[in-house]
Design a protein around this ligand. Structure first.
Ligand SMILES: [Zn+2]
Length: 220
Protein backbone atom coordinates (compact mmCIF):
# COMPACT_ATOMS: atom_id res chain seq x y z
CA UNK A 1 0.00 0.00 0.00
CA UNK A 2 1.35 3.49 -0.80
CA UNK A 3 2.48 5.46 2.23
CA UNK A 4 1.75 8.88 0.76
CA UNK A 5 -1.37 10.24 -0.90
CA UNK A 6 -1.26 13.40 -3.03
CA UNK A 7 -4.45 15.45 -3.38
CA UNK A 8 -4.34 17.93 -6.26
CA UNK A 9 -7.39 20.13 -6.78
CA UNK A 10 -9.97 22.32 -5.09
CA UNK A 11 -11.61 22.11 -1.68
CA UNK A 12 -13.69 18.99 -2.36
CA UNK A 13 -10.68 17.02 -3.61
CA UNK A 14 -8.63 18.08 -0.58
CA UNK A 15 -11.50 17.21 1.81
CA UNK A 16 -11.76 13.78 0.20
CA UNK A 17 -7.97 13.33 0.23
CA UNK A 18 -7.82 14.09 3.98
CA UNK A 19 -10.57 11.56 4.67
CA UNK A 20 -8.92 8.80 2.60
CA UNK A 21 -5.46 9.49 4.11
CA UNK A 22 -7.02 9.46 7.59
CA UNK A 23 -8.76 6.13 6.93
CA UNK A 24 -5.70 4.50 5.34
CA UNK A 25 -3.23 5.98 7.82
CA UNK A 26 -1.05 7.39 5.04
CA UNK A 27 0.77 10.71 4.78
CA UNK A 28 -0.95 13.40 2.79
CA UNK A 29 0.44 16.03 0.44
CA UNK A 30 -2.12 18.70 -0.49
CA UNK A 31 -1.62 20.72 -3.66
CA UNK A 32 -4.45 23.27 -3.84
CA UNK A 33 -5.28 24.62 -7.29
CA UNK A 34 -7.75 27.17 -5.92
CA UNK A 35 -7.96 29.29 -2.76
CA UNK A 36 -11.76 29.12 -2.44
CA UNK A 37 -11.49 27.85 1.16
CA UNK A 38 -9.04 26.61 3.81
CA UNK A 39 -10.00 22.97 3.07
CA UNK A 40 -6.44 22.10 1.97
CA UNK A 41 -4.93 22.96 5.37
CA UNK A 42 -7.33 21.95 8.15
CA UNK A 43 -7.77 18.65 9.99
CA UNK A 44 -11.48 18.53 9.18
CA UNK A 45 -13.35 17.54 6.03
CA UNK A 46 -16.81 18.69 5.01
CA UNK A 47 -18.37 15.53 3.57
CA UNK A 48 -21.76 14.60 2.20
CA UNK A 49 -23.25 11.92 4.48
CA UNK A 50 -26.12 11.08 2.12
CA UNK A 51 -28.38 13.78 3.50
CA UNK A 52 -26.26 16.78 4.31
CA UNK A 53 -22.78 18.29 4.30
CA UNK A 54 -21.19 17.62 7.67
CA UNK A 55 -17.75 18.59 9.02
CA UNK A 56 -15.90 15.52 10.31
CA UNK A 57 -12.51 15.21 11.98
CA UNK A 58 -9.97 13.74 9.55
CA UNK A 59 -6.34 14.88 9.46
CA UNK A 60 -4.37 17.94 8.40
CA UNK A 61 -2.00 17.41 5.46
CA UNK A 62 1.61 16.58 6.27
CA UNK A 63 2.81 18.82 3.44
CA UNK A 64 1.08 21.67 1.59
CA UNK A 65 2.46 22.76 -1.77
CA UNK A 66 1.36 26.20 -2.94
CA UNK A 67 2.24 26.87 -6.57
CA UNK A 68 1.63 30.59 -7.05
CA UNK A 69 1.92 30.23 -10.84
CA UNK A 70 -1.23 28.09 -10.70
CA UNK A 71 -3.04 30.00 -7.94
CA UNK A 72 -2.54 33.39 -9.56
CA UNK A 73 -4.43 32.19 -12.64
CA UNK A 74 -7.49 30.73 -10.89
CA UNK A 75 -10.85 32.40 -11.55
CA UNK A 76 -11.27 35.53 -9.44
CA UNK A 77 -14.48 34.18 -7.97
CA UNK A 78 -12.52 31.45 -6.15
CA UNK A 79 -10.27 34.09 -4.62
CA UNK A 80 -13.25 36.13 -3.42
CA UNK A 81 -14.89 32.98 -1.99
CA UNK A 82 -11.66 32.23 -0.11
CA UNK A 83 -11.58 35.77 1.21
CA UNK A 84 -15.17 35.29 2.42
CA UNK A 85 -14.13 32.10 4.21
CA UNK A 86 -11.21 33.91 5.88
CA UNK A 87 -13.23 36.96 6.94
CA UNK A 88 -15.63 34.59 8.75
CA UNK A 89 -13.29 34.92 11.71
CA UNK A 90 -14.86 38.30 12.46
CA UNK A 91 -18.03 36.55 13.61
CA UNK A 92 -16.50 33.19 14.53
CA UNK A 93 -14.26 34.74 17.21
CA UNK A 94 -17.24 36.63 18.62
CA UNK A 95 -19.19 33.34 18.83
CA UNK A 96 -16.22 31.62 20.48
CA UNK A 97 -16.27 34.26 23.24
CA UNK A 98 -20.00 33.78 23.62
CA UNK A 99 -19.51 30.01 23.89
CA UNK A 100 -16.99 30.66 26.69
CA UNK A 101 -19.26 33.01 28.62
CA UNK A 102 -22.55 31.21 28.06
CA UNK A 103 -21.59 27.55 27.79
CA UNK A 104 -18.25 27.34 29.59
CA UNK A 105 -16.34 26.22 26.49
CA UNK A 106 -12.55 26.37 26.64
CA UNK A 107 -11.23 29.65 25.28
CA UNK A 108 -7.79 31.17 25.22
CA UNK A 109 -6.54 34.32 23.54
CA UNK A 110 -3.24 32.49 23.13
CA UNK A 111 -4.99 29.42 21.73
CA UNK A 112 -5.16 30.95 18.30
CA UNK A 113 -7.62 33.83 18.81
CA UNK A 114 -4.94 36.53 18.71
CA UNK A 115 -3.31 35.08 15.60
CA UNK A 116 -6.73 34.80 13.96
CA UNK A 117 -7.40 38.49 14.70
CA UNK A 118 -4.06 39.57 13.25
CA UNK A 119 -4.74 37.45 10.14
CA UNK A 120 -7.99 39.36 9.59
CA UNK A 121 -6.11 42.66 10.03
CA UNK A 122 -3.51 41.67 7.45
CA UNK A 123 -6.15 40.53 4.95
CA UNK A 124 -8.03 43.80 5.43
CA UNK A 125 -4.90 45.88 4.83
CA UNK A 126 -4.10 43.93 1.65
CA UNK A 127 -7.63 43.78 0.22
CA UNK A 128 -6.57 45.73 -2.85
CA UNK A 129 -3.74 43.33 -3.64
CA UNK A 130 -6.07 40.37 -3.15
CA UNK A 131 -8.66 41.96 -5.45
CA UNK A 132 -5.94 42.57 -8.07
CA UNK A 133 -4.77 38.97 -7.62
CA UNK A 134 -1.15 40.07 -7.68
CA UNK A 135 1.66 38.06 -6.06
CA UNK A 136 1.33 39.80 -2.70
CA UNK A 137 -2.44 39.32 -2.59
CA UNK A 138 -2.36 35.65 -3.58
CA UNK A 139 0.44 34.92 -1.12
CA UNK A 140 -1.43 36.68 1.69
CA UNK A 141 -4.61 34.70 1.04
CA UNK A 142 -2.73 31.40 0.63
CA UNK A 143 -0.75 31.83 3.86
CA UNK A 144 -3.84 32.91 5.82
CA UNK A 145 -5.58 29.71 4.68
CA UNK A 146 -2.50 27.65 5.60
CA UNK A 147 -2.58 29.34 9.03
CA UNK A 148 -6.15 28.14 9.59
CA UNK A 149 -4.92 24.57 9.81
CA UNK A 150 -2.43 25.51 12.55
CA UNK A 151 -5.01 27.64 14.36
CA UNK A 152 -7.48 24.76 14.61
CA UNK A 153 -4.79 22.36 15.81
CA UNK A 154 -3.40 24.64 18.53
CA UNK A 155 -6.90 25.71 19.58
CA UNK A 156 -8.32 22.18 19.54
CA UNK A 157 -11.50 23.55 17.99
CA UNK A 158 -12.87 24.85 14.71
CA UNK A 159 -14.34 27.83 16.58
CA UNK A 160 -11.19 29.85 15.86
CA UNK A 161 -12.18 30.00 12.18
CA UNK A 162 -15.84 28.96 11.92
CA UNK A 163 -18.91 30.10 13.82
CA UNK A 164 -22.56 30.86 13.17
CA UNK A 165 -21.74 32.21 9.68
CA UNK A 166 -20.46 28.74 8.69
CA UNK A 167 -23.58 27.11 10.17
CA UNK A 168 -25.60 29.55 8.06
CA UNK A 169 -23.59 28.51 4.96
CA UNK A 170 -24.00 24.79 5.70
CA UNK A 171 -27.74 25.28 6.23
CA UNK A 172 -28.10 27.00 2.84
CA UNK A 173 -26.13 24.23 1.12
CA UNK A 174 -28.16 21.54 2.87
CA UNK A 175 -31.37 23.26 1.75
CA UNK A 176 -30.14 22.82 -1.81
CA UNK A 177 -29.06 26.41 -2.48
CA UNK A 178 -26.95 26.36 -5.62
CA UNK A 179 -24.91 28.69 -7.75
CA UNK A 180 -22.63 29.98 -5.00
CA UNK A 181 -19.41 28.71 -3.44
CA UNK A 182 -19.22 27.82 0.25
CA UNK A 183 -16.98 30.83 0.92
CA UNK A 184 -19.54 33.13 -0.71
CA UNK A 185 -22.25 31.76 1.59
CA UNK A 186 -19.84 32.33 4.50
CA UNK A 187 -19.31 35.94 3.41
CA UNK A 188 -23.06 36.50 3.34
CA UNK A 189 -23.38 34.76 6.71
CA UNK A 190 -20.63 36.97 8.16
CA UNK A 191 -22.51 40.13 7.17
CA UNK A 192 -25.78 38.83 8.67
CA UNK A 193 -24.20 37.50 11.87
CA UNK A 194 -22.18 40.71 12.37
CA UNK A 195 -25.49 42.54 12.30
CA UNK A 196 -27.05 40.15 14.83
CA UNK A 197 -23.94 40.43 17.01
CA UNK A 198 -24.21 44.23 16.77
CA UNK A 199 -20.55 44.47 15.84
CA UNK A 200 -18.94 47.88 15.77
CA UNK A 201 -18.25 49.25 12.30
CA UNK A 202 -20.86 46.94 10.79
CA UNK A 203 -22.65 48.33 7.72
CA UNK A 204 -25.96 47.14 6.32
CA UNK A 205 -27.91 48.32 3.27
CA UNK A 206 -30.83 50.57 4.12
CA UNK A 207 -33.34 52.64 2.14
CA UNK A 208 -30.94 55.60 2.50
CA UNK A 209 -27.80 53.72 1.46
CA UNK A 210 -25.33 52.00 3.77
CA UNK A 211 -26.08 52.33 7.49
CA UNK A 212 -22.93 51.86 9.59
CA UNK A 213 -22.71 51.40 13.33
CA UNK A 214 -20.08 53.35 15.21
CA UNK A 215 -19.59 53.96 18.93
CA UNK A 216 -20.36 57.66 18.51
CA UNK A 217 -23.34 57.36 16.24
CA UNK A 218 -24.96 53.93 16.49
CA UNK A 219 -26.36 53.03 13.07
CA UNK A 220 -25.65 56.49 11.69
ZN1 LIG B 1 -14.39 27.76 6.30
Amino acid sequence: MPDTLVAVGGGRICDLGKWVAHRLGTRLVAVPTTLSSDAFSTGYSVLWDGERNTPVRTKPPDVIVGDYDILIHEPKRFVLAGLGDMMSKVTALFDWRLAFWLAGERYSDYGGANIARSTVDLLTRRLENIAKMNYNGIETLFLSEVTDGYLMEISGTTRVAAGSEHLFAFALENMGAEGMHGGEFCALGTVLMSYLQDQEGMCVPSSRGLACRSPQRPWA
